[in-house]
Design a protein around this ligand. Structure first.
Ligand SMILES: [Zn+2]
Ligand SMILES: [Zn+2]
Length: 134
């Protein structure tokens, strides 16, 4: 599958020749801030299937922890991907252009969600991390 994504201003573009894995949404206070949203919307990719097509010089990396970071467009501020050990680890679902044929499978750190967010009971939720991450 070929997928493309871009930031809000369109100056940074990427493409993925492969599929996304493990789409998840994290409701912790840190993810709320890095995604400027109620939660993250993120999926893992294979770094070898990912490439920047345009605007790589506009990417800024913010390291949130030693090996983990996020890359965003310094012109418009969209967060495009997460990095692990300086390689692209996954992408923010919001910047995708196409239907990735994947749905968010789990909602984690729901125990620290924002008070104003209402989550329907029908979705898979974990107070903290889901068991497969621990
Ligand atoms: Zn941009
Ligand atoms: Zn989080």
């Amino acid at each position: 599958m070929k997928l493309t994504g871009e930031c809000f201003c369109g100056e940074v573009k990427y493409e993925i020749n492969g599929s996304l894995r493990d789409a998840r949404s994290c409701h912790c206070s840190r993810c709320r801030k890095v995604f400027s949203s109620q939660a993250s919307a993120y999926a893992v990719i294979d770094a070898s299937e990912f490439r920047w097509v345009k605007g790589v010089e506009l990417l800024t990396t913010f390291k949130s922890q030693k090996d983990f970071g996020f890359q965003f467009c310094k012109r418009c501020g969209s967060t495009l991907c997460g990095t692990y050990k300086d390689q692209v680890h996954g992408i923010t679902l919001g910047c995708l252009n196409e239907d990735p044929n994947i749905e968010i499978g789990r909602h984690i750190f729901v125990g620290s969600k924002a008070s104003w967010e209402v989550i329907p009971d029908s979705i898979v939720q974990y107070e903290k991390n889901s068991p497969e991450d621990s």
